[in-house]
Design a protein around this ligand. Structure first.
Ligand code: 13P
Ligand code: SF4
Length: 307
């Protein structure tokens, strides 16, 4: 049994293990602050996927949810990729199966399949091109095809559909965190903070997206707030990003649009899990080689398009 270490000791141990094992720690913007603090890089899904491609390290510890760690493994198969909690999944990714995609392809044989990276590897293997919240419109615009099957997020599909001249066939998935924000939340927040700009993640319902000043990925929100002359922002996304924005820009004000909402799976990884992950090399991401080969195609098409 390991005796309990305090935060400082854990951070020291993590840093030493990281050095001795030549590891890279990638962290999503929604992770708890103590984990963000030990990351080599903290970012959104697209930035983290790019970091995984560029990583010249034999070991990657991915602090996020499983589909993100899988994406890192698929894009960098030589590296050993670990996720510190093997139960950190994304409920939206689990809403769609490989069979659902195959069925849609049979129903619409002329359509191209575009899947949000928030999907499991076997769904990516049935996908023509992936996208993230940061590049979904750009990815769909790049496709010559007039008909696109868009999985699994119906709200990102709806956001894209309003920006392109293409038929979009959405799957009916959603994020339980983002769909909790309501138009009333935005209206009341605007009344309380009339000078604030409203930044909304495209996983929110269309009625909420329509009330936004800007619709952006998590890192897109961070960059926008940094570059904006505005001092106050109302944010409709998971609370971890709002906390990060407050830390990065202490001179600006950030308010959640209504109550704070949390992604419970994103909050599972704590410093102790990262320490154990590095020490014992758990939990390794393993994907069937054929699934991996096919999934890589859909991810690499996205990466090469938007790099
Ligand atoms: P970003 O790529 O914008 O960070 O979004 C990931 C996600 O899971 C949002 O819920
Ligand atoms: Fe999945 Fe939503 Fe959590 Fe993002 S916030 S990881 S989409 S459940």
């Amino acid at each position: 049994m390991m005796s309990r270490m305090d935060e400082k000791q854990l951070k020291t141990e993590i840093s030493e293990l990281k050095k001795s094992k030549n590891a890279l720690i990638l962290v999503h913007n929604y992770q708890v602050m103590e984990v963000q603090e030990i990351g080599d890089f903290v970012g959104d899904s697209l930035e983290l996927a790019r970091k995984a491609v560029e990583a010249r390290k034999p070991l990657i510890v991915f602090c996020g949810v499983r589909f993100m760690a899988e994406t890192a493994k698929i894009l960098n198969p030589q590296a050993k990729v670990l996720i510190p909690r093997d139960d950190a999944g994304c409920p939206m990714a689990d809403m769609i199966t490989r069979d659902d995609v195959i069925e849609l392809k049979q129903k619409y044989p002329d359509a191209v399949v575009c899947s949000y990276v928030n999907t499991n590897a076997d769904v990516k293997a049935e996908t023509d091109i992936c996208c993230t919240s940061a590049n979904a419109v750009e990815v769909v615009r790049s496709l010559d095809n007039r008909r696109i099957i868009f999985t699994p997020d119906r709200n990102l599909a709806s956001f894209v559909r309003e920006k392109v001249n293409t038929e979009i066939i959405p799957f009916d998935g959603y994020c339980y965190v983002h769909t909790r924000f309501t138009p009333e939340d935005i209206k009341l927040s605007r009344q309380a903070h009339p000078d604030a700009l409203v930044l909304v993640h495209p996983e929110c319902n269309p009625e909420v997206v329509h009330l936004a000043d800007e619709v952006l990925s998590t890192s897109g929100m961070l960059r926008f707030a940094k570059n904006s002359s505005a001092r106050e922002f109302i944010i409709a996304t998971e609370e971890g990003l709002i906390e990060r924005m407050r830390n990065v820009m202490p001179d600006k004000r950030f308010y959640s649009a209504g109550r704070a909402h949390f992604c419970f799976n994103m909050k599972k990884i704590r410093l102790e899990d990262v320490y154990l992950s590095l020490r014992d090399e758990i939990y390794e991401i393993e994907i069937d080689p054929e699934v991996m080969r096919r999934a890589r195609g859909s991810l690499e098409r996205m990466i090469s398009l938007t790099s």
